[in-house]
Write a protein that binds this ligand. Structure first.
Ligand code: DGJ
Length: 652
């Protein structure tokens, strides 16, 4: 075991180095400086709720300590709220604090603490004494991390989430000294500063702190806890990392290790905490190493990825993600911009490729600005060398009545695509499984003139001959996806017949129109949001029910032929999204949009979902989860964060 070096403590009062006993020749393994982080252990000897598990935090901390001790770390820092506390009951709060420290102090690396709001219930003096601190704000250095200064701030000294003037003055001085010494600085505080890095909970008065950061280019990162859902954002070159709370990780865990590499910080997350690479060069984008479900995902340009209801295409080593570009507010549910494209090699870091298909300024165009343009999907036609996009199109000002399919084409994956036409599919063609009764209903369609239908599940629509009604003019086509089979035949799968029934329709060889063969599946099941893949010769589908923008339970299905028969397998989802409390009955708050085969990995598929935000459309979120095939079908289990290593043979 390597001999531990003593840390250099820079006290709040003096800002002088008071550490001693360091020998410059201190033995050190050949490795980069690294430290451990844990936030919001929030232990309490009391029952918790669905996603909050006070008691279990202690065993999670034990595992964390064991794991961090197995690593060669220079220090470990606890980011506040070690206990939940009991308000004015100091005795009980101190008892819990002692329980936490009895585990935490088993860490072999030097230990540091940040004060949180919940810990205050143990009483300031008790807290200082037990944490071995003279002040809740202080700075320290570590001999392993030459040229780095670590600053710990107290986010509570002038009230909940407020930093006092006195502390701010100290902070500015500490930053000034670091700046003069040519050091880089990492700040630790219980409270995040930015909404972008902590959606629900952050410092009450972040402005003066941000102003101090702005005048100190030496600051590289602000690392916090408090908002248990965690988060990340970059502002003026500073990485703002909010660690996920350990208390909010039943059945998993949440903590991290950060390595200080020459030109970057490398965060390795454990359990729910994602992994990231954070370059120190101001303009270089952070690299995401994990999927972070339910959060906004930034592109390389820094803005949030704006590709809702999307689909993916893999070509020449790159994944392309196409989706609905939404704008703010309810207005964003209509198309003001068009289809946005992004590209990626690794599925977690996305380059903004700009607009793939722009809506038209010409009010006479099918795709006039403010039409509804949803669920765009792009496929590549090997025969024509063209990229073909299909989407659900509703004409401007007609609500969801038009129910058409739009087609656009491009020579390159990022386009821009040229809009070709829109249509109601399969005019004048009966589905391969049409019954004589359905065909005979053609004689009666005149009686349906003027009737309107709700587009959601109801007992009335199935009594009417919608298929026959639309025989001449073409079938309704709303939520949709595309699928290219191994033989390069492509299929358009869409919600038809007033959303009551899915149609699977073969496309022409050039993929630009329908070939005149289709099948009705899941009749009167009101399935929306179809997504499909092929695995081991069988076809697997996910759909949702039909409840507008509101989430409902997902459905799985399987077939040996794309033409059916399709067998429903029930709801494949398991687990709860802690950000909205939605479990399988609400598909984590989302709705399916695509199933992505992961390149280069056998049997690796990712299910993509959208969490819609109809009141502020641009705020819609993405949920990507691995499909796990079982004897009975497949399952999709919620994960806050995960990465492609789940598809490694050893992980299955
Ligand atoms: C649910 C669909 O799946 C979405 O694509 C969208 O059309 C909404 N309905 C509109 O309410």
């Amino acid at each position: 075991m390597q001999k531990r070096r003593l840390p250099l403590l820079i006290t709040a009062a003096t800002l002088l180095l008071t550490g001693s006993g360091l020998s410059p020749q201190t033995a050190r393994a050949e490795r980069l400086p690294a430290f451990g982080l844990v936030a919001d252990i929030q232990y309490a000897d009391k029952p918790g709720g669905v996603s909050r598990d006070y008691r279990g935090s202690l065993s999670r901390l034990e595992q964390c300590v064991t794991n961090l001790n197995a690593q060669d770390l220079d220090f470990v820092i606890q980011l506040g709220d070690a206990i939940d506390g009991y308000g004015t009951n100091r005795v009980a709060s101190v008892r819990d604090l002692d329980s936490v420290l009895s585990v935490f102090n088993r860490l072999s690396a030097p230990k540091y603490h940040v004060a949180g709001n919940h810990c205050q219930s143990a009483g300031k003096e008790n807290l200082l004494g037990r944490l071995g601190l003279k002040s809740f704000y202080y700075a320290f250095a570590d001999p392993a991390a030459k040229g780095w200064r670590f600053i710990v701030l107290d986010g509570n000294d002038a009230g909940y989430g407020i930093i006092s003037e006195e502390q701010l003055a100290w902070f500015r001085t500490a930053l000034g000294q670091a700046q003069q010494a040519g050091e880089k600085v990492i700040c630790f505080c219980h409270f995040p500063l930015l909404k972008a890095a902590a959606e629900s909970n952050r410092m009450a008065k972040p402005e003066p702190v941000l102003a101090a950061l702005d005048s100190a280019p030496c600051v590289v990162a602000w690392i916090a806890g408090h908002d248990h859902n965690g988060g990340y954002a970059r502002r003026k070159g500073v990485h703002h990392i909010t660690l996920r709370g350990m208390v909010e990780a039943p059945g998993s865990t949440a903590y991290a290790r950060i390595e200080i590499a020459g030109d970057r910080l490398r965060e390795t997350g454990f359990g729910n905490e994602p992994s990231r690479e954070l370059p120190l060069a101001t303009n270089a984008p952070a690299r995401r190493l994990s999927f972070e479900n339910g959060r906004t995902w930034p592109s390389d340009a820094g803005a949030r990825i704006n590709a809702h209801g999307g689909g993916l295409l893999f070509r020449d080593g790159l994944y392309y993600w196409y989706g609905e570009h939404k704008i703010e507010g309810k207005a964003g549910n209509a198309a003001h911009v068009g289809v946005h494209a992004y590209s990626s090699r690794d599925l977690t870091n996305w380059k903004d490729e700009g607009s793939a298909l722009a809506v038209s300024d010409d009010p006479a165009s099918d795709i006039a600005k403010e039409c509804v343009l949803e669920r765009p999907k792009v496929i590549y036609n090997a025969k024509t060398g063209k990229y073909v996009m299909w989407f659900h199109l509703e004409l401007k000002g007609q609500g969801y009545g038009a129910a058409r399919s739009g087609v656009a084409v491009a020579d390159t994956p990022t386009g821009p695509f040229t809009y070709l036409h829109s249509e109601r599919p399969d005019a004048g063609v009966w589905p391969v499984n049409a019954t004589d009764e359905q065909k005979a209903a053609l004689q009666k369609v005149d009686r349906m003139k003027g009737l309107t239908f709700s587009g959601g599940p109801n007992a009335d629509t199935p009594k009417h001959a919608i298929l026959a009604r639309d025989f001449a003019g073409g079938q309704m086509a709303r939520d949709m996806t595309l699928f290219v089979d191994d033989d390069q035949k492509a299929y358009h799968i869409f919600a038809s017949e007033e959303n009551s029934t899915l149609h699977i329709s073969l496309l022409s060889d050039d993929y630009l129109s329908h070939a005149g063969k289709y099948v009705r599946v899941f009749p009167n099941r009101w399935s929306e949001a179809p997504a499909i893949c092929k695995r081991q010769g069988r076809y697997w589908m996910i759909t949702s029910g039909c409840t507008g923008w509101a989430p409902n339970a997902a459905r799985a299905a399987v077939a040996d032929s794309i033409w059916g028969p399709w067998q429903e397998l029930g709801n494949p989802c398991a687990g709860v999204n802690p950000m909205n409390g939605c479990g399988p009955d609400k598909t984590f708050g989302g709705q399916s949009t695509y199933i992505l085969p992961v390149q280069g990995r056998r049997d690796a598929f990712i299910a993509l979902f959208d969490i819609w935000k109809p009141d502020n459309a641009i705020d819609g979120r993405y949920v990507w989860l691995p499909l796990r095939f079982t004897d009975a079908g497949f399952t999709i289990t919620w994960a806050n964060t995960w990465d492609l290593s789940v598809f490694d043979p050893a992980a299955r």
